[in-house]
Design a protein around this ligand. Structure first.
Ligand code: ATP
Ligand code: MG
Length: 302
C-alpha cells in the first residue's frame, strides 16, 4: 500500500502561531472538475466531527453557497463576499450558518443548521471581481481580513472559481506550505492535463510574494482528490486510464478515491451536501475516508 499524504492537522489549526485559521482550498482552472462537490463534502463532514469551519465561496457561480443552504432568494439584500472584497461589510456581517433545507419556504423552520460551519456566500458580482480589485486597488483585501481576524474558526475552506486571476491570487497568497491546496479532479485525462498549469500558477504566486513579510506567499499543492472513479457497475476504460496516469504522476498526493455515483450529480438539483442527501452513497463514504486521512478524527461530543 502506498503511503497516504500528510495529515493537515499535524501542525495545528494556526500554523506558525498566526492569528488566522488553517486554509484548505480547492483550486484548479478546470470547469466542473468537482471542486465545490469536494469542498462542501469535506467541510460538512469535518464540521459534523466537531471542527469549526468557515466556507469561503469565491465563485460567481455560487455552487458552494447553494449547496450550503443559500440560493439567490435567501441572499437577497444580504452582504456577500463581494462586499468583503471592497470593505463594505465585515466577516461576521457576511457569515451565515450553513444549513440544509427540511421544508418549503425561507423562514427559519424551513432549514436545519449544520453544526460548526458558517458560510461566506458568493454573489454574481464576483464575476467582475478581478476588475474591481484592479481598478479599486483591493488586492490586499484578504491580507487585511486575515491579519485582523479575531474569530475562533479552525479551518477556512476556500472554494475557488475555475480560472486563475486576481481574486484567487489575493486568497492563495495568504497560504503557507502547512496549509492545504487540493485540486479536485474527475478521473478523466482531460482534467488531469490541466494540473501542470496549476503548478505553474502557484510557482508564479510564490515568486511574486517572495520576501513580502505580510504574506506567507507559499501556496503548495498538498494533496489531490480524484473523483468519479470506477465502481463495479461504472466500468468505462477512460477513468481507469486516468487513475493510472494520476498514480504515475501524483501518487504521493492522492487521497482515497471518490467513486462515481449518480447521487452525487443531484447535489445541485437538491442544493444539498452529499452527506445529507445520500449518506450511504459511495461518494459520502469516500469523503468520510478522506476527512479521516486528512487528520480530522471525530472529536468526542462535548
Ligand atoms: N463522485 C461523483 N460522481 C459523479 N458525478 C459527480 C461526483 N462528484 C461530483 N459530480 C458532479 O460533477 C459536476 C461538477 O461538480 P462541481 O460543481 O463540484 O465542480 P466544480 O469544479 O466546482 O465546477 P465549477 O468550476 O463550475 O465551479 C456536478 O454535476 C457534480 O454533481
Ligand atoms: Mg465550483
Amino acid at each position: 500500500m502506498k503511503a497516504l499524504p500528510r495529515k493537515i492537522t499535524d501542525k495545528g489549526f494556526r500554523p506558525d502561531g498566526r492569528n488566522w485559521p488553517l486554509i484548505v482550498s480547492f483550486m484548479i482552472d478546470c470547469g466542473g472538475s468537482t471542486k465545490s462537490s469536494t469542498g462542501t463534502a469535506l467541510a460538512v463532514e469535518a464540521a459534523r466531527r466537531g471542527y469549526r469551519g468557515l466556507y469561503l465561496d469565491l465563485d460567481a457561480n455560487r455552487s458552494g453557497s447553494r449547496v450550503l443552504g443559500y440560493d439567490d432568494t435567501a441572499l437577497e439584500g444580504r452582504p456577500t463576499v463581494a462586499d468583503l472584497v471592497v470593505g463594505k461589510a465585515t466577516l461576521d456581517e457576511v457569515a451565515v450558518p450553513a444549513r440544509v433545507r427540511i421544508g418549503p419556504g425561507y423562514k427559519e423552520n424551513a432549514f436545519e443548521t449544520i453544526p460548526n460551519l458558517r458560510l461566506l456566500p458568493a454573489s454574481r458580482d464576483l464575476s467582475g471581481a478581478d476588475t474591481t480589485i484592479a481598478v479599486g486597488s483591493y488586492g490586499d483585501w484578504f491580507v487585511n481580513l486575515m491579519h485582523n481576524y479575531e474569530g475562533d474558526d479552525e479551518v477556512l475552506w476556500a472554494d475557488f472559481p475555475a480560472k486563475y486571476g486576481k481574486l484567487p491570487y489575493s486568497v492563495a497568497r495568504m497560504m503557507d506550505e502547512s496549509d492545504a491546496l487540493i485540486p479536485s479532479v474527475r478521473a478523466d485525462p482531460k482534467d488531469l492535463k490541466l494540473v501542470p498549469d496549476l503548478f505553474t500558477e502557484l510557482e508564479d504566486i510564490r515568486a511574486k510574494n517572495a520576501g513580502n513579510r505580510f504574506v506567507p506567499g507559499r501556496p503548495t499543492v498538498s494533496h489531490m482528490v480524484l473523483t468519479s472513479t470506477p465502481t463495479a457497475s461504472y466500468t468505462e476504460a477512460l477513468p481507469q486510464r486516468a487513475i493510472d496516469l494520476a498514480e504515475n504522476l501524483y501518487g504521493h498526493l492522492l487521497l482515497p478515491y471518490v467513486r462515481y455515483s449518480a447521487e452525487a450529480k443531484k447535489i445541485y438539483e437538491s442544493d444539498c451536501p452529499i452527506e445529507y442527501l445520500a449518506p450511504h452513497s459511495y461518494p459520502a463514504e469516500d469523503y468520510r475516508k478522506i476527512v479521516t486521512a486528512l487528520g480530522f478524527e471525530r472529536r468526542p461530543a462535548a
